[in-house]
Design a binder for this molecule. Sequence first.
Ligand code: NAP
Length: 278
Amino acid sequence: MSAAPRRAGVAGWPVAHSLSPALHGAWIEAAGLDAIYDAVSVAPEAAARELRGLGARGYAGVNVTAPHKATALAVADDVRPAARAIGAANLLLFEDAGIVADNTDAIGFLTGLEAARGTAAAEDLVLILGAGGAARAAAFALTQAGGRRVVIANRTQTAAEQLAKAFGAAAVAWDRRTEVAADAALIVNATSLGMSGQPPLPLDLSQARDTAIVYDLVYAPLETPLLAAARRRGLRAVDGLDMLIGQARPSFEAFFGRPPPPDVDARGVLLAAMEARA
Ligand code: NAP
């Protein structure tokens, strides 16, 4: 009798919209693995119990998406440093010794940024808009290397202050975002504004530096009103898709013990999956 395929997935609520199964599925197929990566619907009422039980259901590990990233951290026996610093886990591994929680969103964030930055020097002043999970991953990634001034603006000021304190950054009032954006070398939208069904992020880029990079972590839609405005202004615009790919790569390696095959056009796979759903 042959062994069961190695199983991994993405756990969230709702989760049917997740693009991760399409990407991991393409990697599994190209690598010729006997493996499955599927979407696991985990209702909020019983999230801790259900996440803990996934190992017994045969999962080697799962990515964790909204709204369970904090719960994922709480159910782990072993929390890796990135997940601890960010205060959330997007990756759970069900090992013999217990449940391991990690966070690959910061790696993903840097993947997207590096693709855009090219040979330009590291940004000196960075404005992060938002103070939720994505903003925490961005702040962690940007402050790790040092040498940057990171400023956080969030609608709820106390959340911006808490995040700034955790990562040695500064917090400014939400109403001052356009003023700070004028001096920033990198402007990051880590709010949910600009997502399908949400209003656009109100930010005036007319005074932004000509060399500024505008990085929107939103990937549905790919071209947010903010990125469209950045392009009109002649600025470098980065969408959230490379972050999604960048967080998925180390997850795949953790689940299946090998990096994803490099010859797969991950961006093309995701664009096709988005197109199929439109
Ligand atoms: P989250 O933890 O729920 O945080 C949402 C953030 O958006 C908070 O800072 C919130 O401010 C702000 N916000 C929501 N509605 C707002 C409004 N009407 N006006 C001003 N601010 C508002 O969500 P998250 O997990 O950080 O995700 C944020 C975005 O990043 C989402 O679009 C998500 O898809 C994207 N993301 C992308 C990737 C990727 O791989 N590309 C990974 C993770 C997340 P308050 O604190 O005031 O509520």
